[in-house]
Design a binder for this molecule. Sequence first.
Ligand SMILES: [Zn+2]
Length: 396
Amino acid sequence: MNVDLTRTWNQHVVKKGNKSIVLEIIKNRSPISRADIASLTNLNKGTVSSLVNELIDEHLIYETGPGESTGGRRPIMLIFNASAGYSIGIDIGVNYILGILTDLKGEILLEQIISMKRLDYAEILNKVIDMITYFKSNMKKSPYGLIGIGIGVPGIVQKNGTVLLAPNLGWKNIPLKQIIEDKFHVPVIIENEANGGAYGEKVFGIGQKSDNMVYVSAGIGIGVGLIIDGRLYQGNMGYAGEMGHMTVNVNGGKCRCGNSGCWELYASEQALIQKAIQNGYDENDISLEKLMELANTGDKKAIQIFAEVGEMFGIGITNIINTFNPQQIVIGNRMASAEKWLREAVERKLKENLLWFFKDNLTLDFSQLAKYSTSLGMTAFSIENFLKIDLTSESS
Ligand SMILES: [Zn+2]
């Protein structure tokens, strides 16, 4: 017998490919008719109809009343069923844990945030597990239930979901994906929080229109997520973007990563607090929020501290622009909330230091998703994994 396995396999791939394309179009453009899908995809009407029927059987789309007519009978419209399942996105920061429950369109339905100070691994893990349990028990009934959990971590994550090193949390070699999957029995995705943030901005945020975007996550530490040619760039082993640890001062102090004079020692929330303490502010009372409050009331010292940290921020960003020639820089994470006090200093540094030709077609933005960039990005990874569609090709 001579069965052509390659051909059978290719037909399978083509079918799966077409189905993903149809689902993607319905998700991005619903309500939409079968005829419009056929003309957008160049698939014949019979193929579209059978794929649509499969998607209806799978509860991923549903039919709704007749839409606008272009002459003749008004067509039945198709809608993406965002409530077919739910996704959880968690952002483990150095001093907070933020979790969200979303539908399949990334709409936030529930959220929880907790502040923390120097918790050890077991305590953080317990809080994450509690959060997931809370979301699960508050989920509405749906055909697929929880479709996945994505967790962003401030550290270096291997492609197999093991956290190799998170210096600001004191973690080393933690098989987090395995641990959470064993506990909840759904697909789990672990990523560096800056990669998650970059993806959140690309899919849902201010980075939707750019294919070459650098997301700078500035919290207690600094991490960078790179969108290159429209895709998240992870590097050979998944470690790309550790620019918080690029040296900006050869005679600088020791960093928790082992290197000296790292960028995050001078341009992060941690740097800001340190500077404030050196300037006489009360160690037990000072925080990013407090410093912003002071700056808003015209406190000159507070304003100056933001300006100094902003300059160091600009120096690092100059290095990044020189390396990647992006069309957009998005500053995210906690420091993004201080845009009012950082922007001018960052822009001044870029103006002084950047080679003139880099400035063409370059925009500097502060995140609008604010604290949700990473958790939404982690949710997007899970949804994409579940629906097998590409969320970065939003056609809205
Ligand atoms: Zn370092």
